[in-house]
Design a protein around this ligand. Structure first.
Ligand SMILES: Nc1nc2c(c(=O)[nH]1)N[C@H]1C(S)=C(S)[C@@H](COP(=O)(O)O)O[C@H]1N2
Ligand SMILES: [Mo]
Length: 256
C-alpha cells in the first residue's frame, strides 16, 4: 500500500472512530500513530488531538500556508510582547550594539554534529522568502515578507539522528521556549527569519533571528532565538508539556 493511501486511511479512521465508536477509540488510534500532543489532557484533549493529527498528516503531504502578494503587505506591522518589550538585559544590549555580529545560535541534542552558528553562518546557507500572515491568538494579524533559512537546511548541515522526533527552540528572552514535531519543523515554510520587508529583522520583531511558522498562531514564532535542540521525548524537556504556553492555558499545538 502506498504511504499516501495509508495516511488517508489513518485520518479517515480517526474521524470515523470519533463519530462511531466514541472518542476513546480515536484517542487510542492517535496514540498508536504518535499523534497525541504532549500537553493533551485525557478525554478532554481529544478534539485537539484530532486537529493535531489531521494537520500533521496534511503537513507531511506538503500542504502550504497561504502566501500573499507584495501589495498586500501590512504597512505598519504590530510588534507584540505580552511580557512588556524586547529584551533589555546587559548581554542583549551588548550584542545589539555590536549589530549582532557576536550572536550565536546553538544546535545540539540528537544531531550528528552539534554546532554553533553565527548570524553570518546562517545567512551563508540557502535562503527562502515568504509573504505570509502572522496571526496572534488575540485576534489581530499582519502580513509581511520574511527572508531566512529554512530549518530543513540547517538540519541538513548538522545531521538529524534517526531517533529525533521534536525540535525544541529557545529565545534569549527567558522564559520563552517552545517546540515542534519534526514534520512541522522540516516544512519548507518553517524558517529562521533574519530579514523582514526588505531590511534586517527589526528589534521589536525578534532581531536578529526569529522562527516563522505560518501554519501556527503567532506565539509559536519565537523571537530572538539562540538555541535549538532535538529530542525524542518532550516529557524529558523543561516542564514536560512541550512549551511554556500550556502553563498559561495556551495549547502546545496552535495550528491555523
Ligand atoms: N521572545 C518572544 N517571542 C515572542 C513573543 C514575545 O513576547 N517574546 N510574543 C509572541 C506572540 S504572542 C506573538 S503574536 C508574536 C508576535 O510577533 P510580532 O512581534 O512580530 O508581531 O511573537 C511571539 N514571539
Ligand atoms: Mo500572540
Amino acid at each position: 500500500m502506498s504511504k499516501l493511501s495509508r495516511r488517508r486511511i489513518i485520518t479517515t479512521g480517526l474521524g470515523a472512530a470519533a463519530g462511531v465508536s466514541g472518542l476513546a477509540v480515536a484517542a487510542r488510534l492517535a496514540n498508536q500513530y504518535g499523534l497525541i500532543p504532549p500537553d493533551h489532557h485525557g478525554l478532554y484533549g481529544v478534539g485537539e488531538t484530532l486537529t493535531y493529527a489531521s494537520m500533521r498528516l496534511l503537513m507531511s503531504q506538503g500542504s502550504k500556508a497561504r502566501e500573499f502578494d507584495r501589495g498586500q503587505i501590512t504597512p505598519v506591522p504590530h510588534p507584540n510582547y505580552p511580557g512588556g518589550g524586547p529584551p533589555n538585559d546587559e548581554a542583549f544590549e551588548r550584542l545589539r550594539d555590536g549589530r549582532f555580529a557576536d550572536w550565536t545560535l546553538t544546535i545540539d541534542g540528537l544531531v550528528t554534529r552539534p554546532t554553533t552558528l553565527s548570524l553570518a553562518d546562517l545567512k551563508a546557507l540557502p535562503s527562502s522568502n515568504q509573504i505570509t500572515q502572522l496571526a496572534c491568538e488575540e485576534g489581530w494579524s499582519f502580513i509581511a515578507e520574511w527572508i531566512g533559512t529554512p530549518i530543513f537546511r540547517v538540519l541538513d548541515e548538522v545531521g538529524v539522528r534517526p531517533e529525533a522526533r521534536y525540535l525544541v527552540y529557545y529565545s534569549h528572552q527567558e522564559p520563552w521556549w517552545d517546540s515542534l514535531h519534526l514534520t512541522e519543523a522540516l516544512h519548507p515554510q518553517t524558517i529562521l527569519a533574519y530579514g523582514m520587508n526588505g531590511s534586517d529583522l527589526p528589534l521589536a520583531h525578534g532581531a536578529p533571528i526569529r522562527l516563522r511558522i505560518p501554519h501556527q498562531l503567532g506565539y509559536k514564532s519565537l523571537k530572538h532565538l539562540n538555541r535549538i535542540t532535538l529530542t525524542d521525548d518532550l516529557k524529558q524537556v523543561e516542564n514536560g508539556l512541550g512549551s511554556l504556553h500550556p502553563e498559561f492555558g495556551f495549547s502546545w499545538y496552535a495550528g491555523i
